[in-house]
Design a protein around this ligand. Structure first.
Ligand code: AAL
Length: 394
């Protein structure tokens, strides 16, 4: 029944989002034809209310639909993943960004396959998970069309105790650098929820997207000093190449769960295995959970979802550091891993995104939670006629 609920949700979203897209290419809407009641594109030369001041001062365009970084989102169920009839014992979540290698799309993600669904930290043990992402490994799947996926197996298993990640390895993302591949991920040293969702980031590398992967077995991005915003957790590592350096954006909570005032910061390195230096202006975002980033024109754009005053926004920083709200939208993909063809080009000419995978959180038996991977489509690309992008659209 829970999967049916999710699918009904997907169908609803599909219908909803199709009616809600921004105009494409040369299409114009009626209001663009200059009806007298249209919002003026330029700031009017008269005293304005705070809301109208803000409309012109704080956003890229007065109407979100008119700028390139606005989109609605369409969701489609995937084929190829089994969930044990949604009994909560199998979960797949937090997909990486998608890359294309050997004519196929590759994605890595957190997979939990446990005898019972999560039961909270107090009831957890070596086989009973505390949370949906406890006792997990990193798996990968490939696809030719982005809709039908073949699960290939484990990429990175959790290592033996006490190596970083022994309890769970989760929430990974991929970097390709000088012909080698690097997976960054959360390495739990205790069951999530014991004190909070505390963990640092570790990594594995390989000569091929199919592995084998060599774990570095050490922390790659350290938690902050006591009293700093990222003292407890470094989550959702998200690597891009920008300005000839490795930029890893990441999430941390100012306090601790369940406070949920989340921020996102940046650590920069010359080599994928570090040392990483945290940006002095961190955090760079005041909101967001599982923030998704991609090169856009000369800068970096971000999907800021779920938490904080600025959730449900698409943001842009022409320098990759100072982000502003570009548009406000809704029903954004959760933990999105988009197909980013130029994630590692660092050529200052980012093309944007049109699709990817994200997750939905479902209810298994009782109160148990599990997650499923789904596909999202959007229009956050500079050129919708870009054939490499367009061919992948539903
Ligand atoms: C997700 C991510 C990280 C957290 C947990 C699993 O939403 O932010 O990966 O640790 O939840």
């Amino acid at each position: 029944r829970s999967l049916k609920t999710i699918y009904l949700g997907l169908v609803f979203t599909l219908i909803f989002s199709c009616n809600n897209s921004r105009p494409k290419n040369n299409e114009t809407t009626d209001s663009k034809k200059g009806f007298p009641w249209d919002i003026p594109q330029e700031k009017p030369d008269r005293p304005l209310s705070s809301a109208m001041e803000r409309l012109y001062d704080n956003y890229l365009t007065p109407r979100p639909e008119d700028n390139e970084l606005f989109s609605s989102f369409k969701y489609t169920p995937l084929e190829g993943f089994d969930y044990n009839d949604g009994d909560g014992t199998i979960s797949r979540r937090d997909p990486s960004k998608i890359i294309k290698e050997n004519g196929k799309y590759y994605v890595w993600y957190t997979k939990r396959d446990t005898p019972v669904p999560p039961r909270g930290a107090q009831n957890s043990n070596d086989t009973i998970p505390s949370t949906d992402w406890d006792l997990s490994d990193i798996w990968y799947a490939t696809s030719v069309d982005g809709l039908v996926w073949e699960e290939q197996g484990i990429a990175v298993p959790r290592p033996a105790r006490p190596i970083v990640g022994w309890r769970s390895v989760t929430t990974t993302d991929i970097l390709k650098w000088k012909g080698k591949y690097y997976l960054y991920y959360q390495g739990f040293l205790e069951a999530s929820g014991t004190k909070g969702d505390h963990c640092p980031v570790t990594a594995s590398f390989s000569d091929s997207p199919d592995g084998p992967w060599t774990p570095v077995n050490k922390i790659i991005i350290e938690n902050g000093e006591p009293g700093t915003w990222d003292q407890y957790s470094i989550h959702d590592p998200y690597p891009l190449i920008y300005k000839d350096k490795i930029y890893i954006y990441y999430k941390a909570a100012f306090g601790d769960r369940p406070d949920y005032l989340l921020g996102n910061g940046l650590a920069i390195a010359d080599h994928p295995l570090g040392p990483f230096t945290k940006h002095p202006l961190n955090p760079l975002f005041n909101s967001g959970h599982e923030t998704t980033l991609f090169p856009f024109k000369e800068g970096i754009a971000a999907l800021v979802t779920r938490n904080g005053n600025e959730n449900n926004t698409v943001q842009y920083a022409s320098d990759g550091i100072n982000f502003n709200i570009a548009s406000v939208t809704q029903m954004m993909p959760m933990a999105a891993g988009p197909y980013v063809p130029d994630a590692f080009d660092g050529n200052g000419n980012g093309r944007g995104i049109t699709w990817g995978l994200s997750h939905f959180i479902g209810r298994g038996s009782g109160t148990s939670k599990y997650s499923i991977l789904t596909r999202f489509d959007c229009d956050l690309s500079l050129d919708i006629n870009d054939t490499e992008m367009k061919n992948t659209q539903v």
